[in-house]
Design a protein. Structure first.
Length: 919
């Protein structure tokens, strides 16, 4: 491969500065899909890399992986842990480590060398992973804390609790420190410091789980922070989801979870160059106080910070902690300790407010210009003891004050008491808000936008996709979706970020997760969420509607728990990760058996809980429609989804070689289909049940409709949409999962485009028309009852984002992980261009088409080591050219056939420029 043809973005964070041979063609080395994961407990991790080249048709022929226990050994090309030898294979994803047995604390450094059909490469950049503490015996640390409240704390109802500050001084030995590693879990949330320096830039760590089932810890290389002689470690503990935001008197009844007072497990291991080890571990020799500046912290209600109570120097040496008490040894949480693999949450962006206005003498309203999720940083100066209050909302009332009715019981108030310094800059630690507007009271002097900054906070994941089109409504809807998706990741996908809810509702994310996977590298987050779901499964097989299990709602339906099965498929297709299917297959099967034995009668699953949730109601103030004609029958939702589960489980059983199960699921699916059609399909009118779009669409898209009725059923979808709903959406969360794709697949992309470009009710464009900068929970979010009316919910997106990328962009995985790509852009009348790209696990896929004069021009990029089948809208092969030549004469372009109005070609990697006369 010619070096000049190579482009490479230097991702310096992935690189080791001591690595002398930097290869520019192999990049993004990942272990278990993470970049340099630390403290993992996977003993046969899977290794992956990307190849970058803009040369055409580059294929990997072989690879060789070296894994070494030190960087020096690796740099000397010695793989003492594993040398895979040269393996003839085009696999560059998920190569299972097969070297020496890995033990607790092993550091693994690795690199890879490949040969391609073009040439032999040099060694790649270097990456690493490390193994955490695998055995109970590795943990010298004990859970420490204080299992009691302070006078200001409130343990019932809207709980409030002061943050807990823990500290420990220790002395290093008089030897050279070779390395230092901190293993830490602080529940609910921790911030850790060594000698006053913050460890990492994560917030809200560790990731939330059902702490009775599992507890995650984080691992950090802290070598650089260790000083010779005296050192101090300090940790602040916040409540997070461990000390619940609410604890009702009827808690026993509702079962809402509350785990206990915050607690810390920390183990600092210092290795000296002579090989000796010093361990500093949490126990009752640490000191603790609740008498610090964070007086209260609660994710719904906000944070109360009193700067006059700051403990200057508390996390450094020689601090006088005589007023602190000894930490207590407290009971360990019941959950299993595990190394966290999904990314931590971070401040991912900072935005500036666009305006501030005075509401009355002491009240100002700040406008961020965007409904965002995170917190507000404030710079203020004034008298000691003065208190500034910040309250947050998504929308304003007509009089310019905050609209708080839809926030329900959340207090959403941060307060800061000044210490009286010249300039004080503050931001909270253990709370977050979903907001566009902030009410500021008590600010000394006149606040300006320059006093504030919005910190946008969510799980650290790459923004892998880009999408824009020639239509401004489409673009604003995409932007709203982008903000909504990122705002609803909090170590789990949440329903909303602003009111007293913020839970991992399963139904909201079924197909939505696939759309999201085009925008963010959400792989590890969703893999973790499937674990949360599995942990919430009851003995009898039931899967709840919310996971982690903070609100244990086991209502037994198909559409919410079904996300468990659907998302495993998403991870396989979008990221090429089979592991979630392997890992969760038995639990999914158990759930299906439970449903089958308890609810399925005569092949019909009639039990449903939520209906086609939040379909557009007939009048402006309603949350849910009261019109029976708009509601989809429970048994139709239950049975179509049950059928879908059977087909997915049949697919999984096939993948896992479980032939008995394949037969079982296939037979049952056949029986369900027959019974369902016999009962719900009117073969005269070709309508399912009461003819809602959702009923017809689910049956059709799930492959339940016999061929001879498909056209008739689809015609009913079209008629209902055009006649009864005047070209508008008529589905809720369930039907929306197939709406855009269903309409397009059966030949009416024009209706799909109409639905997405509408600006009147009900539509995503109506939200835009009404100044939404995120996606609403309700189609009528500007008029409906505030009892359930979030302005930042992503569930109504359905398959819209999938449609943007797979259909308008023409970027679809034809083989798992986009090893083979189907590029078939849908180019409806009314759209003049689309630019879409996705940084897939194999590399960046790009698709940019435009209609220029009478010509359709399409530039695409196919990553190295993948292939694509490309569909160019054309009626004859000789109409198509590539980079100015007739396409079929170009060496790297293979004509396959003319199909459905497209000329179809197979191509290898590289950049291509196709054109054809506009149809
Ligand atoms: C949540 C939804 C959820 C629904 C189900 C709502 O309160 O916000 O997103 O799926 O309840 O009942």
């Amino acid at each position: 491969m010619k070096k000049k043809s190579i482009f490479f973005v230097l991702l310096s964070m992935f690189l080791f500065s001591s690595c002398d041979k930097i290869n520019k063609e192999i990049t993004d080395l990942r272990c278990e899909y993470a970049i340099n994961p630390q403290g993992i407990d996977i003993l046969t991790p899977r290794l992956s890399w990307k190849m970058v080249s803009d040369e055409r048709d580059v294929k990997q022929l072989s690879y060789r992986i070296l894994v070494a226990s030190s960087l020096d050994l690796l740099n000397a090309d010695t793989g003492d842990l594993w040398d895979s030898g040269i393996v003839e294979s085009d696999a560059s994803q998920n190569i299972v480590y097969a070297g020496q047995a890995l033990k607790s604390r092993t550091n693994c450094y690795w690199k890879v060398k490949v040969t391609t059909n073009k040439d032999e490469q040099e060694w790649s950049e270097t990456a690493s992973w490390s193994i955490g503490l695998l055995n109970d015996a590795d943990w010298k640390a004990q859970w420490a804390g204080l299992d009691k409240a302070s006078p200001d704390d409130v343990l019932k109802g809207k709980t409030r609790l002061a943050a807990r500050y823990l500290r420990k001084e220790f002395e290093t030995e008089n030897k050279t420190v070779k390395s230092a590693t901190l293993y830490i879990s602080g529940l609910g949330l921790y911030e850790a410091y060594i000698n006053g320096s913050r460890i990492g830039d994560q917030v809200f760590s560790p990731t939330p789980t059902d702490y009775d089932k599992s507890v995650k810890y984080n691992t950090f290389d802290v070598t650089k922070l260790i000083a010779g002689g005296k050192n101090a470690i300090g940790v602040t503990l916040g409540n997070g989801r461990y000390f619940g935001m609410r604890f009702d008197d009827n808690q026993e009844l509702t079962g809402r979870q509350y785990f206990g007072f915050p607690k810390l497990l920390a183990q600092l291991e210092i290795t000296y160059s002579d090989g000796s080890l010093q361990t500093v571990a949490s126990d009752d020799s640490w000191k603790i106080t609740t008498n610090g500046p964070i007086r209260a912290n609660n994710e719904y209600d906000g944070e109360e910070y009193d700067a006059t109570k700051e403990l200057a120097g508390w996390n450094k040496v020689d601090y006088d902690d005589s007023a602190w008490q000894a930490a207590e040894l407290v009971a360990a949480p019941a959950g299993k300790l595990e190394g966290q693999l999904n990314p931590n949450i971070k401040i991912m962006e900072t935005i500036q407010p666009i305006s501030i206005s005075q509401l009355n003498s002491d009240t100002y309203i700040l406008d961020m210009g965007q409904n965002m999720v995170g917190w507000l940083q404030m710079t203020v100066s004034g008298e000691k003891g003065k208190q500034v209050k910040l309250r947050f909302s998504e929308v304003l009332q007509p009089d310019g004050s905050l609209y708080l009715a839809n926030i329900r019981g959340a207090q959403v108030t941060d307060s800061y008491t000044l210490k009286g310094e010249k300039s004080e800059t503050w931001e909270p630690s253990f709370t977050y808000h979903g907001f566009r507007f902030v009410e500021i009271t008590g600010f000394p002097g006149v606040p300006t936008v320059a006093h504030f900054a919005g910190k946008v906070i969510y799980d650290e994941m790459e923004n892998t996709g880009r999408f824009e089109s020639s239509d401004t409504t489409v673009n604003q809807i995409y932007k709203n979706a982008y903000w909504g998706i990122r705002g609803n990741y909090r170590g789990m996908p949440t329903d909303c970020p602003q009111r007293d809810e913020r839970m991992g509702w399963l139904g909201d994310r079924a197909v939505g997760s696939q759309g999201e996977s085009f925008v963010f590298d959400n792989h590890l987050l969703y893999a973790k969420w499937l674990d949360d779901i599995e942990e919430s499964q009851r003995e009898d097989g039931s899967i709840p509607d919310v996971a982690p299990n903070y609100w244990p709602i086991y209502s037994d339906n198909m559409t919410w728990p079904g996300a468990y099965v659907i998302i495993a498929n998403m991870l396989y297709e979008q990221f090429g990760d089979k592991e979630p299917i392997v890992k969760h297959y038995d639990s999914m099967k158990r759930w299906m058996s439970y449903i089958r034995s308890k609810y399925v009668k005569d092949n019909i699953m009639a039990k449903d809980t939520y209906g086609d949730w939040c379909m557009p109601p007939e009048s402006p103030e309603l949350i849910h429609s009261e019109d029976p004609a708009r509601k989809t029958d429970a048994a139709v939702l239950g049975t179509t989804f049950y059928f879908r589960m059977l087909t997915l489980l049949e697919k999984y059983a096939k993948m896992l070689g479980k032939s008995d199960d394949v037969q079982l699921f296939a037979d049952e699916a056949t029986a369900v289909k027959a019974s369902f059609n016999a009962k719900y399909l009117n073969t005269e009118t070709m309508q399912y049940s009461n003819n809602t779009v959702t009923a017809n669409l689910l049956a059709l898209c799930y492959g339940m409709t016999p061929e001879e009725y498909q056209k008739g059923v689809f015609d009913n979808i079209v008629a209902k949409t055009l006649d009864d709903f005047k070209g508008h959406v008529s589905t809720g969360l369930v039907g929306a999962q197939w709406l855009m794709r269903g309409l397009t697949d059966y030949g009416r992309p024009d209706i799909a485009l109409k639905i997405v470009t509408n600006r009147d009710y009900p539509s995503w464009g109506y939200m835009v028309e009404n100044d939404a900068t995120t996606i609403w929970e309700l189609w009528n979010g500007n008029t409906a009852d505030p009892g359930m009316n979030s302005h930042n919910h992503v569930m109504l997106l359905g398959d819209l984002v999938v449609w943007f990328y797979e259909y308008l962009g023409g970027i679809k995985a034809a083989e798992p992980g986009f090893k083979k790509i189907e590029m078939k852009p849908c180019t409806p009348e009314g759209l003049n261009f689309v630019n879409a790209s996705l940084n897939s696990v194999y590399g960046k896929i790009e698709s940019a088409w435009k209609k220029e004069a009478e010509t359709f021009i399409w530039k695409i990029t196919v990553p190295a080591n993948t292939t694509a089948v490309v569909y160019i809208p054309a009626t004859a092969e000789n109409e198509v050219s590539e980079s100015g030549k007739q396409a079929s004469t170009v060496e790297d372009v293979k004509f396959v056939e003319l199909r459905d109005g497209y000329a179809v070609y197979e191509i290898g990697s590289g950049k291509y420029n196709f054109s054809a006369p506009c149809k």
